[in-house]
Design a protein around this ligand. Structure first.
Ligand SMILES: Nc1ncnc2c1ncn2[C@@H]1O[C@H](COP(=O)(O)OP(=O)(O)O)[C@@H](O)[C@H]1O
Ligand SMILES: [Mg+2]
Length: 342
């Protein structure tokens, strides 16, 4: 039996999430009706070009959207509790113990003036009544678990004395120390070289195998392909396609997903001409009335510039192994939606 079937339910359910920035020029809908599930014991990916709303989706879940941004609608259910309806104090209590996030650049999240071991110990002591010695022991064990050799010695280092890979491991240790149910990793390997990236991704897999559900955000399809079980493709604030990793890579339907795959394969094959998707992500203040991708889409039809397509089933209505089905937001999919599509 698969892990997700054993555990049952979902770790995180996002339903019709809307987050906007209210700027002088108007409302920018950075997260636009996003629905997303994270399953227990699985790594769920979000992929898309820069500026598509991946980080804002994560920040909305964490309650970390800063002014002039605001979550304006939807539900964020963590183990059945609606995060969006909680007060900041209640949300604060869940951060760390139930849900943790690691960011792309660990230097911005670590205190440069405090030894890294101490920083992780403090995280424990904020949430739990433990002695200094206990906190230290647990920190050392966690450092070892995330692959930091000579853990005791490394705990005495300041962030600037560690390599990028080690700093990211410290961040992961800090995020994991309270054994959260959900870890959100936003571009955790983008600042690292490929060897260290592979190590960090292996670590993600082993954390997931030991019971933490992971939401992994990356602009890099290669990273997503290596470790994710299920993938959401975002474009201009919306989810445009979602499927288990094998289906998404073998049978992509949305022209945007196909474009991302083509661009990624041209990087891998070291082709002389680097394939990118022509055009740019639209200005979120002035989204086109129809499909947001229509101005860049080679297969654009009349309907595409007039209406926003709904999410429809691209194939079977059940996904493999208890995961969601393959859904796509494109008129080309041709299969009419059953129910409300999600
Ligand atoms: N302070 C802000 N004011 C207005 N728009 C913002 C602000 N911060 C981010 N955005 C916009 O939100 C959109 C989504 O950003 P983000 O979620 O960071 O994208 P991604 O993580 O996919 O690269 C971007 O188009 C960005 O320009
Ligand atoms: Mg981002």
């Amino acid at each position: 039996m698969l892990r997700s079937e054993r555990a049952g339910g979902k770790t995180l359910e996002i339903r019709h999430l809307n987050t906007s920035f209210f700027t002088m020029k108007g409302e920018a809908r950075v997260v636009n009706d996003v629905s997303l599930d994270v399953y227990p014991g699985r790594i769920t990916g979000i992929v898309g070009e820069s500026g598509c709303g991946k980080s804002m989706t994560a920040r909305s879940v964490m309650g970390l959207v800063k002014y002039p941004g605001k979550v304006v609608g939807g539900e964020i259910l963590l183990g059945g509790v609606d995060m969006a309806a909680l007060s900041e104090k209640e949300r604060c209590a869940l951060r760390g113990s139930e849900i943790s996030m690691i960011f792309q650049e660990p230097m911005t999240s670590l205190n440069p003036l405090m030894k890294v071991g101490r920083q992780v110990e403090e995280t424990i002591r904020i949430h739990e009544k433990v002695t200094r010695a206990e906190a230290r022991e647990r920190t050392e064990a966690m450092f070892t678990q995330v692959g930091i050799s000579d853990a005791g010695q490394r705990m005495e280092c300041y962030p600037h004395q560690l390599s990028g890979g080690l700093r990211q491991r410290v961040m992961i240790a800090m995020a994991m120390i309270l054994k959260p149910k959900l870890l959100i990793a936003d571009e955790p390997t983008t600042a690292l070289d490929v060897t260290v990236e592979a190590q960090i991704l292996r670590l993600m897999r082993s954390l997931c195998d030991s019971g933490t559900s992971i939401l992994l955000i990356s602009h890099n399809l290669g990273v997503i392909a290596q470790v994710c079980d299920y993938v959401y493709v975002m474009y201009a604030g919306r989810v445009v396609e979602q499927a288990d990793t094998f289906t998404l890579f073998d049978h992509p339907v949305h022209p945007y997903t196909k474009g991302l795959l083509k661009a990624a394969s041209s990087i891998r094959s070291d082709a002389a001409r680097l394939d990118t998707i022509p055009g740019v992500v639209p200005d979120l203040l002035h989204l086109p009335p129809g499909c947001s991708f229509s101005p860049r889409c080679e297969q654009c039809m009349e309907q595409c510039v007039k209406e926003v397509p709904d999410m429809t089933f691209a194939g079977a209505q059940d996904g493999p192994a208890g995961l969601s089905a393959h859904l796509v937001r494109c008129f080309l999919a041709g299969v009419p939606p059953k129910g409300d599509g999600i």
